[in-house]
Design a protein around this ligand. Structure first.
Ligand SMILES: NC(=O)C1=CN([C@@H]2O[C@H](COP(=O)(O)OP(=O)(O)OC[C@H]3O[C@@H](n4cnc5c(N)ncnc54)[C@H](O)[C@@H]3O)[C@@H](O)[C@H]2O)C=CC1
Ligand SMILES: O=C([O-])CC(=O)C(=O)O
Length: 328
């Protein structure tokens, strides 16, 4: 018997990540090749954006995806999030000329407060929320705080692109297949302060750290390359990463919904105090996923170098989250 369709809301649906994301959700790559989906797409109430959204919807129709059970266009989060089971919050205010980080935080605080409230009011009580729009961790924190009737654990931020970037750099350095790496993680904020950590990573049971055995490369090449990859892509393409970001969003949601089969994946999730991260901070952690739930991997040893990296990214996040407290 065929499964009942689930509702997937996507914001910023006419943007560049949206364009790389929607077709893959509709083809079953996110929730499985047997799971019909209804897409509930949100764009700003602006003629150009709504027209662009109409064009994307025409293209989705023209793909004749058997799993696509419905498509809706919205300009109001209160209708876009109605009964939604999954919400991918991609749309955000980009940094404009002369805009300081505080202005960017304030502009996004408005968007994510409104969207958090709308999710609180109308979404499924089990909605799984992924925030992609930057600053992703803090936007997730704002949405979570604005949705007091939903479980905090349902709000997550995207660190998976950083995780995938780290895996790819390690595979190129040590000469293994990228899909063979296990037990890799990225701690903290989706920003250049993130701490990508391969101390526990293995390939075929062998330690990646031992294979590479080069702390200078770790500190001076690997960490800056992964941390500044977003900026490198903007410099090269003139636009920020889109297909790889959409791919990471698919990976994040697929693993959360369908399970990671015991593997570690990185998700930005509200801390419960693990590793000394204050409760409520949305932080990149290693997690395993099963039956639609994630579990932070606990008990890992944190050496002095790693502690320094974790402290640095935590301090940045606390600064961001303090900066929006008065708006919540
Ligand atoms: N967490 C991560 O790893 C990554 C995050 N990003 C972030 O993702 C976001 C989207 O990137 P792109 O798709 O490239 O941007 P884009 O500018 O191409 O598209 C964003 C879309 O969001 C819409 N939008 C803005 N405010 C909205 C609102 N309140 N409600 C609904 N829609 C809204 C805009 O009209 C636009 O169509 C950016 O904030 C970007 O920095 C990008 C790459 C990786
Ligand atoms: O750096 C940016 O603006 C886009 C982004 O988040 C990334 O590519 O990681």
């Amino acid at each position: 018997m065929s499964k009942k369709p689930v509702r997937v809301a996507v914001t910023g649906a006419a943007g560049q990540i949206g364009y790389a994301l929607l077709f893959r959700i509709a083809s079953g790559e996110m929730l499985g090749k047997d799971q019909p989906v209804i897409l509930q797409l949100l764009e700003i109430p602006d003629e150009k954006a709504q027209n662009a959204l109409k064009g994307v919807i025409m293209e989705l129709e023209d793909c004749a995806f058997p799993l696509l059970a419905g498509i809706e266009a919205h300009s109001d989060p209160l209708t876009a999030f109605k009964d939604t089971d999954y919400a991918l919050l991609v749309g955000a205010r980009p940094r404009g000329p002369g805009m300081e980080r505080a202005d960017l935080l304030a502009a996004n605080a408005q968007i994510f407060t409104a969207q958090g409230k709308a999710l609180n009011a109308v979404a499924s009580r089990n909605v799984k929320v992924l925030v992609v729009g930057n600053p992703a961790n803090t936007n997730a924190y704002i949405a979570m705080k604005s949705a007091p009737d939903l479980p905090a654990k349902n709000f997550t931020a995207m660190l998976r692109l950083d995780h995938n970037r780290a895996a790819s750099q390690l595979a190129a350095k040590a000469g293994f297949k990228v899909g063979d790496i296990k037990h890799l993680t990225v701690w903290g904020n989706h920003s250049p302060t993130m701490y990508a950590d391969y101390r526990f990573a293995t390939v075929d049971g062998k330690s990646v750290k031992d294979m590479i055995n080069d702390q200078v490369w770790n500190k001076d090449v690997f960490l800056p390359t992964v941390g500044k990859r977003g900026a490198a892509i903007i410099a090269a393409r003139g636009l920020s990463s889109a297909a790889s970001a959409a791919n990471a969003a698919i990976d994040h949601m697929r693993d959360w919904a369908l399970g990671s089969n015991g593997e570690w994946v990185t998700m930005g999730v509200p801390s419960n105090g693990e590793y000394g991260i204050p409760a409520g901070i949305v932080f990149g952690f290693p997690v395993t996923t099963e039956n639609g739930e994630y579990k932070i991997v606990e008990g890992l040893e944190i050496d002095a170098f790693s502690q320094e990296g974790i402290d640095k990214t935590l301090a940045e996040l606390q600064g961001e989250q303090d900066g929006v407290k008065h708006l919540l």
